[in-house]
Write a protein that binds this ligand. Structure first.
Ligand code: GLC
Length: 725
């Protein structure tokens, strides 16, 4: 080492130790984080700065060891810490990396319980920290625009208000563990078909009212530390380096001061990435095997020569490094302070997974109060369906989790039964590439159902494994569903089993709606279980036999058939020539069904209970700043305790622009004992009444009459009152 370099090294290292650790030396005047970052930047060479703004391995970005700055370590995914992939995408199956497999996003959101959002995030953050991760790549919050999107299961809802309320707790739960959350995929990544090339076209009002609010809440209320740029384009420019979406809306308007991390391989231009807001370029060139030289990335070595040649100002690089260092300080990756050790696969984590699953499962139908089944009365139970015994956690793509264990519906149901009960399991259908009914399997299932005094059929989508299931992976990344029909001949099975035993309970698993028109009228009891995580089987068993009273509500409309869905009725999907026009605009989900009076199979916000609730005495009182205080009394009029989600919808009775028949603008989940009542009080701020005027480019409240409705779902309105604003 030359004498000159040695002196430089000592000065820099010494200064770095001082800067990084000076908050530990009380006699030193403590520098602010920004001052510490200024000082670190002043010590860094250009090469060191550039090494931090692109990947250094499959899930890390570059370190500056000389200054005590480690690599920034990331991991998927939104509902559990992904199995270890090391530095070169070699997945490890070692039990040491088994993790807590939480219910997926759409199941978490189906609880309509923001407190569980926090609990969910806390588990995820503790496990990420235990595994040495600085960033967990979740929550995924893209709007559920079409039932066919392969990744709907990972996301939350069709409604931006519900997304906004469920995302905040999740982020805070993660970040309170000194781990950065990464809200994704910004933005309008609402299909997997052509995800790397398609350009999404939508009106400004659609952007502002539907696709942006979840991200805005993540930034402004959740304080999210990182955000992932989406693969697709928006109005012709790649989202991950987008002058309007990132520089103007995200960083300027919303004041996002964290780091924008590209999706893996989502950067397509050095200059655009440098100028339009990408802070860290991640990715790997799987086609060549694990990337050997990460300097070849768009934001790699070429940036050094662009700066040295004066084409690019070094201040552009400084801002990116600053954002990374800011989050490293905030999460105590640098700067000292106790980050905490995290925890992994604890009983607390597993009971959180169970609690969320119990509140996530939606009771869609319960004719004649068939459910709950009385386990003392059953001697012979038929359990049917490949999904009853299928473990789902390891599938789905990047959100896969190697679960410590996974209780299947079959196991969870069996656990509820008394010793002497006879259980017959029949697969009923074969999970295979083709979708033909299997006559032998159907015959076997029908016989079992006929003889049983309790019959339960578990069906639905599967978490496909895209590497094995090109084209029909169903609920999985990088591929959309071919249609809304149940695959593998399940319709024929369900119809035959219901004919043999009309009291068969149907449990649907999956990330969203299926076409059930062939048999729904014959089914008395139907549950939607989403993908309820490692404890999901236990939750399903407890609900079927009444140990738990279901309180979940749908977060997306279940259309009767795909053609009824707005993205397919009036919008484009999947688009053509790599452009998709969101012609339905703001009429997404129930906004469309309710405004255009299309009857859904099951409505947004729908979910039954084993008890009943009465809504009384809705009152509206004008508050400050054009707000309205809504009070409504909810009473449990049944004979068992239960949870109810009181939903508040707003209708603008007179407006200069077309507005939806109603929009969700408030909700509260309440648990009541039999006979107990509670006054629900929710303040609707002025935002609840505004629409986005794209001519004025601002939110406006047009004076006039508004209707406020309190309901148990968007189609089960119990109380209505008008108010002049
Ligand atoms: C994937 C996904 C993203 C994930 C990332 C890393 O392609 O789109 O959600 O976090 O790559 O695996």
């Amino acid at each position: 080492m030359s004498r000159k370099f040695f002196i430089h090294f000592i000065i820099s290292f010494g200064s770095a130790v001082l800067i990084l650790g000076c908050s530990q030396t009380p006699e030193k005047k403590s520098l602010t984080t920004e001052q510490k970052i200024d000082s670190l930047l002043s010590l860094m060479t250009l090469e060191e700065k550039v090494s931090m703004i692109h990947a250094s391995s499959s899930f890390t970005s570059g370190a500056v060891p000389r200054l005590g700055i480690p690599e920034w370590t990331m991991s998927d995914g939104p509902h559990g810490v992904r199995k270890e992939h090391g530095r070169g995408w070699v997945g490890s199956e070692s039990p040491e990396y088994f993790a807590t497999y939480l219910p997926v996003g759409v199941s978490l959101a189906s609880t309509w319980n923001p407190e569980l959002g926090y609990a969910f995030g806390k588990v995820l953050g503790e496990e990420a920290k235990y595994r040495g991760k600085d960033v967990i790549l979740g929550p995924g919050i893209n709007i559920l625009r079409t039932p066919l999107n392969g990744r709907n299961f990972e996301y939350l809802s069709e409604d931006p208000y519900l997304v906004s309320k469920m995302v905040v707790g999740y982020i805070q739960g993660v970040q309170d563990q000194n781990v950065a959350a990464c809200v994704k995929h910004y933005l309008a990544n609402n299909q997997e078909t052509d995800r790397n090339t398609v350009s999404v076209e939508m009106s400004e009002r659609t952007l502002r009212e539907i696709y942006l609010p979840g991200f805005a809440a993540a930034v402004k209320e959740g304080g999210v530390y990182t955000l992932m740029g989406a693969y697709n384009k928006f109005r012709g420019q790649y989202c991950t380096h987008h002058e309007y979406l990132i520089n103007k809306v995200l960083k300027e308007e919303l004041g996002f001061d964290g780091a924008v991390i590209s999706d893996w391989g989502a950067v397509h231009s050095t200059m655009e990435a440098l100028k339009f807001g990408t802070d860290v370029e991640m990715g790997t060139d799987l086609s060549q095997g694990p990337v050997k030289d990460y300097g070849k990335f768009f934001m790699g070595d070429t940036v050094i020569s662009l700066v040295k040649s004066g084409v690019v100002n070094e201040s552009l690089i400084d801002d990116k490094v600053r954002r990374i260092l800011r989050i490293m300080y905030r999460t105590k990756v640098i700067g000292g302070g106790d980050r905490g050790a995290g925890s992994f696969n604890t009983l607390e984590h597993q009971s959180a997974a169970l609690k969320i699953a119990e509140e996530a499962i939606v009771l869609l139908k319960n004719e004649g109060n068939l459910l709950p089944l009385n386990k003392s009365a059953v001697k012979n139970v038929a359990i049917i369906g490949a999904n009853a015994s299928r473990k789902q956690g390891g599938g789905g793509g990047s959100s896969q989790v190697n679960a410590k264990y996974e209780i299947t519906p079959l196991q969870g149901i069996e656990k509820m039964l008394f010793e002497n009960v006879q259980v017959t399991y029949s697969e009923g259908y074969e999970v295979a590439k083709d979708s033909k009914p299997n006559a032998d399997k159907i015959k076997e299932a029908v016989e079992a159902a006929r003889k049983a005094d309790a019959s339960i059929l578990v069906c639905g989508w599967i978490h496909g494994y895209t590497d094995l299931w090109e084209g029909n992976a169903y609920d999985a990344e990088s591929v959309d569903k071919p249609n809304m029909f149940l695959p593998f001949g399940q319709d024929e099975l369900i119809s035959a089993v219901l004919k043999a035993n009309p009291n068969t309970v149907i449990v649907i698993m999956g990330g969203g709606p299926v076409d059930m028109t062939k048999w729904i009228d014959k089914a008395k009891a139907v549950l939607f279980a989403g993908y309820p995580g490692m404890e999901g089987g236990n939750a399903i068993g407890k609900i079927i036999f009444g140990e738990v009273n279901p309180s979940g509500k749908l977060t997306m409309t279940f259309p009767k058939k795909l053609e009824d869905s707005p993205a397919h009725a009036i919008g484009e999907y999947p688009g053509k020539d790599n452009v998709v026009h969101y012609n339905e605009g703001i009429m997404v989900g129930y906004r469309y069904f309710d405004t255009k009076k299309v009857e859904p199979q099951f409505a947004f916000g729908h979910g039954l209970s084993y008890t009943t609730f009465l809504y009384e005495n809705l009152q509206l009182t004008k508050g400050d700043n054009q707000s309205v205080v809504v009070t409504v009394t909810v009473r449990n009029t049944g004979n068992r305790a239960g949870g109810e989600v009181v939903q508040l919808y707003v209708k603008d009775m007179e407006s200069s622009v077309e507005r939806p028949a109603q929009e969700l603008k408030g909700f509260q989940k309440v648990f009541l004992q039999p006979g107990e009542s509670k006054d629900i009080i929710v303040t609707l701020g002025v935002d609840a009444f505004r629409f986005f005027d794209e001519k004025k480019m601002e939110w406006v409240l047009e004076p006039g009459k508004f209707q406020i409705m309190a309901g148990s779902s968007s189609r089960d309105i119990r109380q209505t009152k008008d108010i002049e604003l």
